[in-house]
Design a protein around this ligand. Structure first.
Ligand SMILES: [Mg+2]
Length: 160
């Protein structure tokens, strides 16, 4: 069970502050999109733009890595001026690793941020970087297969 335990557990992405980034020496954030930064298939809330501005000021690069379509990722990223990749096939490491290499992201200063253990946290572990698990945003909009996965995740979280 311990295998899936993330390095950090937070309630919400906004807990990743300027101080937190410095204390943990983070320069690049690879982040899931749906239920991590926004409700599934919906645009971001106002708090995300403020957070993205803070990251830009701190020179921390935010990269979206989603299993959703590239069209969904592009629609989401464009208004914020951030980059993102769809169809990342998480939890497999290959595609995320490839993008990390292309962007020159270093293993020891990159984190993977996400809301799902068996997708995001596992992917980060497969890549070999630190992982941050957040509580899902807008859970009531999630598709049934994710609802079922949450039940298994909750069972597992009680055991670490
Ligand atoms: Mg998600």
């Amino acid at each position: 069970m311990k295998f899936f335990k993330p390095d950090f557990e937070l309630q919400h992405f906004s807990e990743i502050t300027m101080d937190w980034l410095k204390a943990n020496r983070v320069e690049t954030i690879f982040s899931d999109l749906d239920s991590t930064l926004a409700t599934h298939d919906l645009p971001a809330g106002d708090d995300l733009e403020a957070w993205i501005q803070m990251l830009k000021e701190q020179d921390v690069q935010l990269v979206i890595a989603s299993n959703n379509s590239q069209a969904r990722v592009d629609r989401f990223c464009e208004p914020h001026g951030i980059i993102g990749f769809g169809r990342c096939k998480k939890p497999a490491a290959r595609i995320v690793r490839q993008h990390m290499n292309e962007l020159g992201a270093k293993d020891d200063t990159t984190i993977f941020l996400g809301d799902q253990l068996f997708t995001d946290v596992w992917c980060g572990k497969n890549v070999g970087i630190r992982t941050v698990l957040v509580q899902p945003i807008g859970q009531e909009h999630e598709p049934i297969q994710i609802v079922l996965k949450r039940k298994i995740e909750n069972w597992m979280k009680k055991r670490w």
